[in-house]
Ligand binder design. Sequence first.
Ligand SMILES: [Cu+2]
Length: 164
Amino acid sequence: MTNLYRSGLCRFGGLLAAVLVSTSVYAGDIHVENAWVRATAPGQDAAGVDLTITSKQAASLLGVSSPVAETTELHSMTSENGMMKMREVKSIALPAGKRMNLRESGYHLMLNGLKSPLKEGETVLLTLSIKVAKRAAVNIEVRAEVRSLHATRAAEQEDPHRSH
Ligand SMILES: [Cu+2]
C-alpha cells in the first residue's frame, strides 16, 4: 500500500515537472515543439527564437509576443554576398502537415529590447498568433528553453543577433 502510494506520488511529481519545462504544446491541429533561444551575451538585448510547428491544415504564423521583450518580429534570414541579412516578414506560411522548423526554413522569431539577460536553463513564455484558412487567428502559448551560449557552434557562427 505504502509502495503504491509512493510510486503514485513519484509519477505525479514527474508529470508535473515535465509539464513545467515542456517546450511542446498542442492546440487543436497545431503542434509546436523544440522552442529554444540561446542565452544572451553581456550587452546583447535582442535574440532569435527557433521552433518547429506542424499544422494539419495550411496556416500562417502571424506574429509572436513575449513578456521578456519590448517588441517582437518575424524575421527571415538570407545570405547575401556572404553576409547574413535579416528582414521582417508579415507572416510565415505553414504548409499542411509539414513539420516546419523555422531555422531550416530561413526564419526565426526576433525578441527585441530584452528586459533582462536570458540565462541558460530559464524558459521564455511566447504567445504565437496562428491563423488557419478563414478561421480567426488563435493564440498558442509555448515556452522556449534558454540554451547555453555555446549550444551549437555552427548555428552561432551564422547568428547575426550577437552583433546587434
Ligand atoms: Cu532577427
